[in-house]
Design a protein around this ligand. Structure first.
Ligand SMILES: [Zn+2]
Length: 199
């Protein structure tokens, strides 16, 4: 026996009158009010919260022309799982770092590809929220990471916005890193195959 028997250890989300019962997201309760939710239900809750409160408020302010965006950059990228991510970061330096780390996260989960930049816009968290609101009907609610379906409505918008010239160096730095890593992976796969063949 231990003294933690009162802890809730399973997801208490109700679906059609039945408790979910799945393992808790990251093994603990979720959010500021400690909801006992599994990863799927925590992701759905997070999506509902951001769409209903944060993004909606900022989207309305922008429509009314009463918001000038917070400093920073907002990027639109295609993820290795073919979904779209709209995210924000401080500047050109952190932009490249972020793109690399997202690519690495997906590769750690077994994806082959890299993120592909589609657009970068001037404006930080408030612009990001405004775009999340604008494309909310494309949002995927079963995963964290604020992902969107790659519908032409969103990809055409992103490609039309494009990447401003002053960020060309940042994009080139990312692409060089990507290409190097890609050829390293090809080489190690080839070596692996050769060794398997000889074994
Ligand atoms: Zn659940």
């Amino acid at each position: 026996m231990n003294n933690r028997t009162n802890e809730i250890i399973a997801c208490t989300a109700l679906t059609e009158g039945t408790y979910c019962g799945a393992e808790l997201h990251k093994g603990k309760t979720y959010g500021p009010v400690n909801l006992p939710l599994c990863t799927l239900h925590a992701a759905q809750h997070f999506t509902f919260y951001t769409q209903t409160y944060r993004n909606n408020v900022l989207g309305e302010l922008e429509k009314a022309g009463t918001v000038s965006h917070t400093p920073g950059l907002t990027y639109v990228i295609e993820l290795p799982n073919s979904r779209i991510k709209i995210g924000t970061t401080r500047d050109a330096g952190t932009l490249v770092t972020r793109w690399k780390s997202i690519s690495r996260e997906y590769q750690a989960e077994g994806h082959e590809g890299f993120i592909e930049p589609l657009a970068v816009l001037e404006g930080g968290a408030s612009l990001e929220a405004s775009l999340h609101n604008r494309f909310r009907h494309l949002r995927i609610d079963d995963e964290f990471g604020e992902q969107f379906r790659a519908e032409p409505e969103l990809t055409d918008y992103a490609l039309a916005e494009g990447i401003p010239a002053h960020l060309n160096d940042a994009v080139t730095a990312y692409e060089q890193w990507r290409d190097q890593r890609r050829s390293k992976r090809k080489l190690s796969k080839a070596l692996e195959a050769a060794f398997t063949w000889n074994a």
